[in-house]
Design a protein around this ligand. Structure first.
Ligand SMILES: [Mg+2]
Length: 261
């Protein structure tokens, strides 16, 4: 029995600042069937509340409990494994906001015991230096994600992976990575919502992140063609989705079909 669907955001629910046609309606139909929906995103520049607001601006209804973005998942990881430790944030305001909400102790210098690196559009030498020294002194190195690029309206911009690589290079330490395609998000959702892998479905637009994430976690996947991947890319793909849909608008009919005995 299908109990939950995990959605990627960019390219799946919206594109840039515009919702994919039928997204809100499809989500509503799933909720009405008693299926829980979750939004998973490697983006670490916004708090959970920030994601809800952004979706609302585009006419897509959601609640904070449904959002599992890299900032929230990282905060949970720190609380579960490094409770009370001093944390240096190499990231933007949204990351600090979410961490503060969880009572995480944030410091600005190399006394940090945990260093979190995410996308930071105000990156400077000092942040690399503090991260480097703290990690060389024994701090734990966590990356929100290792995405090389992220999509914007007219192309791509460097992703968190560029910041992570800078810190990795000067410390020669590999980070623990929270985001997709690693399995952490799914493990957290399963734990917090008492779900089983067979009761879930992952929907996304990227073969290398979303479909690979599904494979890494043992959950079935749906590829939508509203984002990065085109049908022709499937031909030589290393990662193959279980289902391919034109867009999220077709998901309720797929779910209906899968629910038939
Ligand atoms: Mg996407």
């Amino acid at each position: 029995m299908l109990k939950a669907v995990l959605f990627d955001l960019d390219g799946t629910i919206y594109k840039g600042e515009t919702a994919i046609a039928g997204a809100d309606d499809a989500l509503g139909k799933l909720r009405k069937r008693g299926i829980r929906v979750f939004f998973i995103s490697n983006a670490a520049t916004e708090s959970r509340a920030g994601v809800v607001k952004k979706l609302a601006r585009m006419g897509v209804r959601s609640s904070e409990k449904e959002v599992y973005n890299a900032t929230y998942a990282t905060a949970k990881c720190i609380k579960e494994n490094f409770r009370g430790k001093r944390v240096f944030c190499f990231g933007e305001k949204g990351m600090k906001e979410e961490f503060a909400k969880h009572g995480i102790k944030i410091v600005d210098d190399e006394r940090a015991e945990v260093v979190v690196v995410g996308l930071d559009r105000t990156i400077d030498y000092d942040k690399i230096a503090v991260s480097c020294n703290a990690i060389r002194n024994g701090a734990v190195f966590i990356a929100t994600n290792e995405d090389a690029l992220f999509p914007v309206e007219d192309g791509y911009l460097p992703g968190a992976g560029a910041m992570v690589a800078a810190v990795e290079r000067c410390t020669r330490v590999k980070p623990f990575v929270i985001g997709k395609p690693g399995p952490y998000f799914a493990e957290l959702i399963i734990r917090e919502n008492k779900l089983g892998k067979k009761e879930m479905l992952i929907v996304g637009d990227m073969l290398e992140t979303d479909v690979k994430f599904a494979k890494n976690t043992g959950i079935k996947s749906v590829l939508v063609l509203t984002g990065m991947t085109k049908r022709k890319d499937l031909k030589n793909a290393a990662e193959r989705p279980d289902y391919v849909l034109h867009s999220i608008a077709q998901l309720p009919s797929l779910v209906e079909k899968l629910s038939r005995p």
